[in-house]
Design a protein. Structure first.
Length: 220
């Protein structure tokens, strides 16, 4: 869906909170990967494949991931435990599609999204496939901050350029308990809105989409 990877890279993340009065700005973060076994057959594990026939790849013996986020100053701490589906890879911010400093364009800010392919190890990840255009410069964005998205496109004469989407909304979740999917209401490709650069596309969003109500309503 339009801009989904870029939206997923910037939205719906949270951070722990320091204790009242703590002046620390950051956190210490470390993680551990280890093999472990489930305590019993009634541990809650379920799999559509038959573990007895070795079709289930994580059965009773599995790789566990523990992440610790803590503040040595105030003592606030968060511990996250998960079953590891694969081996974590070390990325830079270009591969994650977040964390790089956004650049200002008029009244908006341009954030890069993830590249088309993450690459392996130190392989060049390529240019971002999507860019988000937001109303403010922040470490963590909210849906109401998003003005639109910019993506590579082929222009009416066959040249490389960019097009835009805007009007962030949500697709209603298909099942109870699932998160809605963020999407854009407008994708003006059909109206020949092509731009030579990301900056030109962001300027158009600055001028034409800033008046759009952010995150208004949901789509069934």
């Amino acid at each position: 869906m339009t801009g989904l990877n870029a939206l997923a890279a910037h939205l719906d993340y949270t951070t722990p909170e320091h204790r009242e009065g703590c002046t620390a700005k950051g956190w210490e973060v470390d993680y551990r990967i280890h093999r472990t076994v489930r305590e019993s057959a009634y541990s809650g594990h379920s799999c559509p494949l038959d573990a007895e026939d070795n079709l289930c790849g994580h059965g009773d013996d599995y790789r566990a991931l523990t992440v610790r986020i803590y503040c040595p100053k105030c003592g606030a701490a968060t511990k996250l435990d998960a079953e590891l589906p694969g081996v974590p890879q070390v990325f830079d911010t270009g591969r994650l599609g977040m964390g790089a400093k956004p650049r200002r364009c008029g009244q908006v800010w341009i954030y890069q999204g993830p590249p088309p392919r993450l690459g392996i190890m130190l392989d060049p990840p390529g240019d971002p496939q999507w860019y988000l255009v937001a109303r403010r410069n922040a470490l963590r964005l909210d849906p109401e901050d998003i003005v639109g998205a910019v993506e590579p496109a082929i222009g009416p004469r066959g040249g490389a350029g960019y097009t835009v989407s805007y009007g962030l909304t949500e697709l209603s979740a298909s099942e109870a308990g699932e998160r809605p999917t963020p999407v854009f209401r407008y994708h003006p490709r059909a109206y020949d809105h092509f731009f030579p650069t990301v900056t030109a596309a962001a300027r158009w969003l600055d001028e034409h989409a800033m008046t759009e109500p952010a995150a208004a309503g949901r789509t069934a």
